[in-house]
Design a protein around this ligand. Sequence first.
Ligand code: SF4
Length: 438
Amino acid sequence: MKKSVGVITLGCDKNRVDTERMLYNLGCGGFDITNDYAEAEILIVNTCAFIEAARKEAIDVILAAAQYKAGACEKLVITGCLPQKHADELKDGFPEADAFLGTNDYDKICDVINSLYDAEKAVKEESEAERAKKSPLERIITTPPHYAYLKIADGCDNKCTFCTIPSIRGAYRSRPIDELIAEAKELADTGVKELILVAQDTTRYGIDLYGEYKLTELLRELAKTDICLIRLMYCYPELVTDELINEIVSNSKVAKYIDVPIQHIDDRILKLMNRRSTGEQIKRLFSKLRENHIAVRTTVMVGFPQETEECFENLYEFIREYAPEHVGVFAYSKEDGTPSAKIKGHLSNKTKAERVDAIGKLHLMNREAHNRAAVGKTFKVIYEDVDYDKNMFAGRTEYDAPDIDTKVYFTSDFADVGEYYDIRITAGDGYDLLGEKV
Ligand code: SF4
């Protein structure tokens, strides 16, 4: 009899793509996929272990998932970054879990589950030919049908001193262009309109495989497919070149949007973080992006060791002056094994929390100013969802990524999910916008 499997995915969109590939392999392996965790006979938690908060969330979710073993759940499997980094501690701490699988072993998921059932195998594996017939995509897309993530590389070579990712995910590995184009075409065939390019660092794309950076070429090639919009996430500031900016501006299929996590602006902190850009270079880049009307998302980290009041003020002033459209802020987390853990001068949790709060409030003020400037303008908005509390349709513009950026709530007599509508903005609503269909 086929066993049913549910997968809970945590962390970033790169982890989501790993989950989607795992779901595909499980489907090919003959398992039934279910969204109903209470009914799943096998429950998988695909974890993130980037920082302490992510690990804490993962542990809470594993504990909650273990409760299902009192019901239908026969096997609990933990996958992803957490077992990749902390396998031994996990084995001791979670006797309820039946197997652990690191980030390099996602493809072994069916074998691992089958081995848990000994002679009475959970399923019969399908042949390669049967597998190929099912879907050439090798992923089960978990996002709404009109958009999907395209993971163009895995791993990272950047060695930021606070980050555990290189030790978890290994060296940077680009996927070949032809493989990515084939995947984009298949996604377009299934109705995907927007492709969101992700990697730990998308700007480094190609260097390991072709000996040169190839992100701009990749954008040009992707634009030849039936995909309508291509969005760039996780760009390293130093590698956002004029050529790349020109491509964003001139290529009608590339969203006028870029995600450039800067982490900080103060030169001393940037150096301690082992970031390669200086504050001045980042400022020049952000001015250029503004001149070219490209919406910017960035992420900053506060409370890094030795971040004085003055260093923090420099960051605060930068966010005030440059007012990126979208800002994510998180507190430094001391991670074992990272060079920054050994730097003297760690800050208290209270100071870190106050600084997160200050940047968060500043960004909200900036966002409200952006929203006021949008009132009266008309934007193309892709409709994605209904908000039953507001009793309005919800979507987003080209200048906003799903889940993390500004939403546009609008009134209309009807809307089809995944279709674009002209929406006139009538008011701001915190981080979001309100409008009406024109
Ligand atoms: S660029 Fe830096 S922060 Fe991002 S994954 Fe690589 S090492 Fe970590």
